[in-house]
Write a protein that binds this ligand. Structure first.
Ligand code: BO1
Ligand code: ZN
Length: 262
């Protein structure tokens, strides 16, 4: 076994260089092998209480676009499911591919989806800031939702309409009154859960992942607008399309993936 607390992660084309990251035994994303997941009757339905008034801004961070929420109070929270504590929403973002054949970070029996939504929450019962929670075992909870190509998603369209204003890395615009609950599938009772990590630096192993069984549908045109974003800033002379912003799959290393359904 590796005795060092730190391992060198693989070089990632979008990261600045190789990074020393904690652990290595519970990294994300993973392939969910459906027939190996373990039904747990103790897993409760998710309880999301999202206040659209806490929505603040949307920005291009050079890796994805982030919709950020005011997380100074418990106004937008996640409870229940596999969680003992209350978690506060701080942001959501997506990962997607250059075509509809891939783009998700998690996979189901090796099946790829064109995109994946991540709703990021931190434990406000135990910690007072994201920065504190991100270092801790039970610090974060991220909901993952797969996107499939089909009919246009009405809720997503308000977001899509804001994207041309944040085409370049580093651009930010005000974005308010967006209810993140509109991006959840109708059935939030069925999900898989496992212990993992953030999928971009700092890659800390602080995340309870909750992956929804039901996907949401978005149109090809809506995903095309995601792909019109840029990894590059306005100052750079060679523009790079923001596509394939997902991490490669990580080994399960004996972890259990539990399901809330049979
Ligand atoms: S993900 O959901 O595993 N893809 C993921 C990966 C990285 C972060 C969040 C979620 N990073 C952090 C940044 C912080 C920032 C926070 C909330 O997101 O490291 O600086 O405050 O936006
Ligand atoms: Zn993510």
């Amino acid at each position: 076994a590796c005795s060092s607390k730190y391992v060198l992660s693989q070089m990632h084309p979008m990261w600045q260089g190789p990074l020393a990251v904690p652990g290595g035994d519970r990294q994300s994303p993973i392939d969910i092998v459906v027939r190996k997941s373990i039904f747990d009757s103790e897993l409760k339905p998710l309880v999301t209480k999202y206040d659209p008034q806490t929505c603040q801004q949307i920005w291009n961070n050079g890796y994805s676009f982030l919709v950020e929420y005011d997380d100074t109070t418990d106004k937008s929270t996640l409870q229940g499911g596999p969680l003992q504590d209350k978690f506060r929403l701080c942001q959501f973002h997506f990962h997607w591919g250059e075509t509809n054949s891939w783009g998700s970070e998690h996979t189901l029996d090796k099946r790829l989806f064109p995109a994946e939504l991540h709703l990021v929450h931190w434990n406000s019962d135990k910690y007072s800031l994201f920065e504190e929670a991100v270092m801790e075992d039970n610090g974060l909870a991220v909901i993952g939702v797969f996107l499939k190509v089909g009919k246009r998603h009405e809720g997503l369209q308000k977001l899509v309409d804001a994207l041309p204003a944040i085409r370049h890395k580093g651009s930010v615009v005000e974005f308010t009154r967006f209810d993140p609950g509109c991006l959840l599938p109708s059935n939030t009772e069925d999900y898989w859960t496992y212990h993992g990590s953030l999928t971009t630096p700092p890659l800390t192993e602080s995340v309870t992942w909750i992956i929804m069984k039901q996907h949401i549908e978005v149109s090809h045109d809506q995903l095309a607008v995601f792909r019109s974003l840029l990894f590059t800033s306005a100052e750079e002379d060679v523009q790079k399309s923001m596509v394939n912003n997902f991490r490669v799959q990580q080994p399960l290393r004996g972890r259990a993936v539990r399901s809330s359904f049979t």
